[in-house]
Design a protein around this ligand. Structure first.
Ligand SMILES: [Zn+2]
Length: 314
């Protein structure tokens, strides 16, 4: 496996197949990193205004990123170069706000076929549109989807909306609980046009954790940048809720969560790449490894905890 840093940037820019042999001293070869949160999605479905937001800041490589969404061999090559063993590919329908239809699930499943061990498809069911939420969850499981994403900001309901009339959401959680299918819930803000950041408050996961005691739950982004106190409370109150670290700039992690070490057993590594501000998967890993945190915590987040939640399927 080659982990050349310069190879990464060159490849992102030009799609070259060359790699370098440079390696990082921060990176013991024994780490088998799972990035639980990257965005490999059918970006060609994005609504024009959303596409513009997505393009911002990455104009120089946007065409490359679009082709990445069509070609898993490109992603696997970047993962090799950056020393990333596995990735979780976040997908969810949001037809009215983002432009993603239910095809996003088939997209993720098809993309993962290029290497089912290393590419882990996530999918979604939209409770405001689904006619048969339980049946659609079953279909996702049959497709090989291993995590269901709920995006309150982009799907326009709070994560506990089943307590206030959105029955389909409760049916969906129950079906996931029955199948043992983990549910990842976005928390924090979103910058895309139309996104409702008021529904990014992690407190709403309190209801979900109480009402679905056997449902594996993942809190994405720790409520950043507005709701860290609520996030930390939920994570300590419900020890089976995982914290996906994506969307939190690693260098700022201890500022956002000074007591992060208390959550060691719940941490999942994630980057949100290639979202705005995330240059590469590897860059974030290096920044995280550079933090003044116990080695055991780093290993747990990067390797051990993702393996417990999403065991490698060979
Ligand atoms: Zn994300």
């Amino acid at each position: 496996m080659n982990r050349g840093k310069s190879g990464r940037t060159r490849n992102e820019g030009r799609g070259s197949g060359e790699t370098t042999t440079a390696s990082s001293s921060l990176f013991p070869p024994s780490f088998r990193i799972t990035d639980c949160h990257i965005h490999i999605q059918p970006w060609r479905q994005l609504k024009p205004a959303v596409m513009e937001t997505m393009r911002r800041g990455k104009e120089d490589r946007f065409e490359f990123l679009l082709s990445l969404m069509d070609d898993p061999t490109l992603l696997l090559r970047i993962m090799d170069e950056e020393g990333i063993d596995r990735v979780g590919m976040v997908n969810y329908p949001s037809p009215d706000l983002m432009g993603f239809t239910n095809d996003t699930n088939d997209f993720a499943a098809r993309y993962a076929e290029a290497d089912p061990r290393r590419l882990i498809p996530y999918g979604g069911v939209h409770p405001r549109f689904a006619k048969d939420p339980a049946g659609e969850v079953r279909r996702l499981v049959d497709l090989g989807v291993r995590m269901l994403k709920i995006h309150p900001n982009h799907q326009c309901f709070p994560a506990n909306a089943y307590t206030d009339g959105l029955d389909a959401l409760g049916t969906l959680y129950k079906a996931c609980e029955n199948h043992g299918l983990p549910v990842m819930i976005h928390t924090g803000t979103s910058i895309f046009p139309g996104a409702r950041s008021k529904w990014g408050n992690p407190m709403e996961m309190d209801d979900v954790a109480i009402d679905f005691p056997d449902l594996p739950l993942v809190m994405a982004h720790g409520g950043r940048p507005l709701y860290m106190a609520e996030a930390f409370f939920i994570l300590r109150r419900h020890r089976r809720v995982w914290l996906d670290l994506s969307g939190i700039p690693p260098k700022g992690l201890l500022g956002y969560f000074p007591r992060i070490a208390e959550l060691e057993a719940q941490l999942l590594w994630g980057t949100d790449w290639p979202s705005p501000g995330v240059e590469s998967m590897r860059r974030n890993v290096d920044d995280f490894l550079g933090l003044d945190l116990p080695e055991s915590l780093k290993r747990a987040a990067l390797e051990g905890n993702p393996e417990r939640l999403l065991p490698t399927r060979s």
